[in-house]
Design a protein around this ligand. Structure first.
Ligand SMILES: *[C@@H]1O[C@H](CO)[C@@H](O)[C@H](O)[C@H]1NC(C)=O
Ligand SMILES: *[C@@H]1O[C@H](CO)[C@@H](O)[C@H](O)[C@H]1NC(C)=O
Length: 410
């Protein structure tokens, strides 16, 4: 008996000490959330001046890329995210539900909101001329696109050499990556080239192009919110390291070859620091993961985790500026984002769109040694991406549930 007792205690200690790093990590995560309650958060702005622009023209922009040579920022915005969200909450737009096997429930919901019919309400890519005076913003017309009313853009990346956009699209029929070729001009336009789908593109969030035919994407969850809402919430709260970084080879014109390279908790933003180093944000275990990128002789990319830098907020998207500094935008208080999303799911959007709970922003930069806060506060909320034009001294911040864009001048 005595032996059994000791064995039991020994096992308990063993289990506890094995679990301790994990528990301690989770404790720190929850402490961060308490410390970052919106009313406790300081207001910080490192900009010489900052202004929220185009409040009436754009909203719910999750991502932004910059073409500094042209002085243009491209915004990926989805006004329908008010009631169409496939990251954390799922959607209640009935015509876009996946569960139509469940006929009765679908019919009942169908009496509520109907599918949008006005293309100006759908998601879109906007061209923001931040270098012109006055600044302008226009929605880019799409050509050759199969279903413009079912365009739900999230992460976006742009390859200047070939003027190609790759855009994560959370379509009603399932996630995809859309490839567009961009033509500049007065208004500019996007010509749809192809749609990429693959079982390993299951919860795509952000992406970056290594070349015209090679992409790295993050799948933020293992359990997609559309199929497994409960498990996907558990996955996020326990910060289970089961989201993925996936490589896509699209050199064949009508096939996608996909390889999973690494797993981590809720991978979100993704950016190449330089030729050999990749940065990926984890939103549920707040920090940035740095990987060395190896290209062995078999041509298959391999990732080797080198270090993790913790952040005091849940990072969303990552961008590198021309001086190699990493810009990290994210959410200091994830429960506020969750609350806003839950509200969106239930709200009557025709009347009370302005009543949605708000969540503050946190934008920081890291130069390889030192971290610096650029913007912390709630005046412009829900920050999801920040980009910088070093030459013109302009930083553009977008917010996934916010109106307009924040433009900081340095
Ligand atoms: C930050 O600014 C907001 C107004 O934008 C204000 O309500 C809030 O109290 C300020 N927070 C602090 C800690 O001063
Ligand atoms: C690439 O970036 C990583 C991470 O910042 C850094 O450690 C490494 O020295 C850089 N490599 C080169 C060749 O600049």
């Amino acid at each position: 008996m005595a032996l059994d007792g000791r064995l039991g205690a020994g096992l308990a200690i063993l289990v506890f000490s094995l679990a301790f790093p994990y528990l301690y990590d989770r404790y720190q995560g929850f402490k961060l959330i308490l410390d970052n309650a919106p009313e406790k958060l300081p207001n910080i702005s490192a900009f010489a001046s900052a202004e929220i622009k185009f409040r009436d023209e754009v909203k719910n922009c999750e991502d932004v890329v910059m073409d500094e040579s042209r002085g243009i920022a491209f915004l990926s915005c989805d006004p329908t995210r008010d009631h169409w969200d496939t990251i954390m909450v799922g959607s209640h737009l009935p015509s876009q539900m996946e569960y139509n096997i469940c006929k009765a429930a679908t019919d009942e919901l169908s009496q509520g909101t109907s599918r949008i019919t006005d293309p100006s309400d759908a998601g879109g890519i906007y061209k923001f001329d931040y270098a012109s005076n006055p600044n302008t913003v226009v929605r880019l017309p799409l050509s050759n696109f199969p279903d413009p009313l079912d365009f739900h853009p999230l992460g976006i990346t742009y390859r200047a050499p070939s003027s190609t956009f790759f855009v994560v699209n959370h379509r009603s029929s399932g996630p995809a990556i859309e490839v567009f070729s961009y033509t500049d001009g007065n208004t500019g336009s996007l010509h749809h080239v192809r749609t990429l789908t693959h079982p390993l593109i299951h919860t795509p969030n952000a992406l970056t192009a290594l070349s015209a035919t090679s992409l790295l994407i993050t799948n933020d969850h293992y359990f997609s919110i559309r199929k497994w809402p409960f498990l996907s919430t558990v996955e996020a709260y326990l910060a289970l390291p089961i989201g993925s970084i996936t490589h896509l080879d699209i050199s064949a014109p009508d096939a996608v070859s996909a390889t999973q390279l690494a797993r981590l908790p809720l991978p979100n933003g993704i950016a190449m620091m330089n030729e050999t180093s990749l940065a990926v944000a984890s939103s549920s275990r707040p920090g940035v993961y740095f990987y060395d990128v190896h290209c062995p002789s078999d041509g298959k990319i391999k990732l080797e985790l080198k270090r993790v830098i913790k952040t005091r907020f849940a990072p969303d998207n990552l961008r590198i500026d021309a001086q190699g500094r990493l810009l990290v935008a994210g959410h200091p208080h994830p429960p506020s984002v969750e609350k806003a999303m839950q509200w969106s799911k239930r709200a009557d959007h025709s009347t009370d769109a302005e009543a949605r709970p708000r969540s503050p922003s946190w934008v920081a930069e890291w130069d390889g040694g030192r971290a610096r806060d650029l913007y912390v506060g709630g005046e412009y909320g829900f920050s999801s991406t920040a980009v910088r034009d070093v030459g013109r001294g302009v930083v553009v911040v977008v917010g996934l549930f916010e109106r307009g864009v924040l433009v900081g001048r340095e």
